[in-house]
Design a protein. Structure first.
Length: 497
């Protein structure tokens, strides 16, 4: 994860001053006032507000991307793609709102003959929690920042959002927020639907405020754990969805080496150096069988990686410090260094120095770990804590081995890949971007994909309520025309009591 979500703010002529106490109070009060109005909005209306934000961001892309380039050192093509990713996921949530699945409406009509006791009329729906605080990340200035996945999913859930801007791109954060606020206002969303604050201490103060009902975070393990502690020890604890650290191990079988070893070596180097190694899904370790014969090709590929700037000086300094630490660990050998660094060790040495070797270093460095036999391969898998991803490169002839390894990988990762690379997270219905601690503090939820909105909702069941007082999505006539599960069957039909 990005290691620089912490108490140090960068200095920039364009950087806004920290939000004042009065400004924070104004933002919190506006969000609290907007919450009931936003929660009552019909799915199609809310979808329209969200699409308006997507359209406005697309229209402002030519202005926003150059600001992001200046503040993050990322290339234009990458950032343009990020804008499209951000607006695409907004439109995806709008579509799902109109279709109805986001609300998970379930209706069980009364049944006087039900056994062992008669069943009342029960109608269940997901409702928004209330104002959500989002801590923006630095490594994706659009997709995981002011209008990233946390913001998009919270808005889709019906929650006003206050974003704590990341100090790595302050001008972009401020301008993106302006575009979003104007779009929401023009579309008719209630004032306070979205707001931006700046300053580390300001973010902590907001997290403690009783009007905030949930928080999303992407950043370092220490910062995430500290904020999580605040969230869960408030007088009224709230859910805190932190994405913290991940090593994303990749395991390769001998059969895969024999079939496509050179392609695996090339793909691995391309993946761990993508974005200067600043992806939360960077493959941090590659496990190869002893005698793999790929050292020369791996070294050559790493040596061909071009120099590129990191996101900011703080991340660069953190990477340099982490790399220096790794290079001093007994049992780790440098195979190649330069724009990217490749280290090598064995499973035996990794197990002997597990805590030192399995500490994330955010940037263009990765470790090749050589294993000798299936038992060492299994021991290597079992050495890991929770991760966002785990990857297995194998062939059809490895089916028996794969059946043994997949449960071990599943226990340690939120996404298990077969013959692929973890960098790149599709925004889709089935995506799960999360995992056991320390990759996240809530392994049952995702921060990417349709079900990301579930983090900011809670279920409510109405029992024997008359049709006239029910929310429209629960009424017999289904005026919104959404998909609902009625007596066990998914349908858009009216309900007959």
């Amino acid at each position: 994860m990005t290691p620089d979500t912490g108490p140090v703010e960068t200095t920039s002529a364009a950087a806004p001053a920290d939000t004042t106490p009065a400004e924070l109070e104004q933002a919190l009060a506006a969000a609290a006032a907007a919450a009931p109005v936003f929660a009552r909005s019909e799915p199609a209306v809310r979808a329209g507000w969200i699409r308006a934000v997507a359209d406005a961001l697309d229209a402002a892309s030519d202005e926003l991307v150059p600001i992001a380039m200046r503040e993050s050192s990322l290339p234009q093509a990458r950032l343009t793609g990020e804008v499209a990713r951000s607006t695409g996921q907004l439109r995806m949530f709008a579509d799902v709102l109109e279709e109805g699945s986001l609300l998970e409406v379930i209706i069980d009509t009364a049944d006087a003959q039900a056994k062992p006791v008669p069943r009342p009329d029960l109608r269940r729906v997901l409702v928004p929690l209330g104002p959500v605080l989002v801590f923006a990340a630095s490594n994706f200035p659009f997709a995981f920042s002011v209008c990233g996945g946390d913001t998009a999913s919270a808005l889709a859930a019906g929650c006003p959002v206050i974003v704590k801007a990341h100090p790595g791109h302050p001008e972009l954060s401020a301008r993106t927020a302006e575009v979003m606020i104007e779009a929401l206002k023009t579309a008719g969303a209630p004032d306070g639907t979205f707001g931006l604050i700046a300053g580390f201490d300001v973010g902590v103060t907001a997290l403690k405020d009783p009007r905030i009902t949930a928080a999303g975070f992407t950043g370092s393990v220490p910062a995430g754990k500290a904020l999580h502690e605040i969230a869960v020890t408030r007088p009224e604890p709230i859910p805190f969805y932190g994405e913290l650290g991940s090593l994303n191990p990749v395991f390769v079988t001998p059969a895969a080496i024999d079939a496509r070893g050179k392609d695996i070596a090339t793909g691995y180097v391309g993946s761990f150096t993508l974005g200067v190694g600043q992806f939360c899904t960077k493959p941090g370790l590659l496990f190869l069988p002893t005698g793999h014969g790929l050292q020369e090709q791996l070294v050559e590929a790493v040596g061909g990686v071009a120099e590129a700037p990191m996101l900011n000086d703080r991340i660069k300094d953190g990477f340099s410090s982490g790399l220096d630490r790794l290079e001093k660990v007994d049992g780790l050998r440098v195979w190649s260094s330069g724009a990217a660094t490749l280290l090598q060790t064995t499973v035996t040495e990794l197990l002997a120095r597990r805590d030192e070797i399995l500490e994330e270093c955010f940037g263009p460095v990765s470790i090749v770990v050589e294993y000798d036999g299936v038992d060492e391969l299994k021991a290597a898998v079992e050495a890991f804590e929770g991760n966002l991803t785990a990857t297995l490169h194998a062939e059809n002839e490895d089916a028996d081995l794969a059946r043994e390894l997949l449960p071990l990988l599943t226990a340690r990762a939120g996404r298990v890949l077969w013959n692929g690379w973890p960098t790149g997270v599709a925004v889709s219905w089935a995506q799960h971007h999360g995992g056991p601690f320390p990759s996240t503090v809530g392994s049952i939820h995702t921060s990417v994909g349709v079900t990301a909105a579930r983090r900011f909702q809670r279920p409510v069941a109405y029992q024997d309520a008359p049709d006239a007082v029910l929310p429209d999505v629960l009424k017999d006539s289904n005026p919104a025309g959404i998909s609902r599960r009625v007596n066990g069957t998914v349908t858009t039909d009216e309900v007959t009591r």
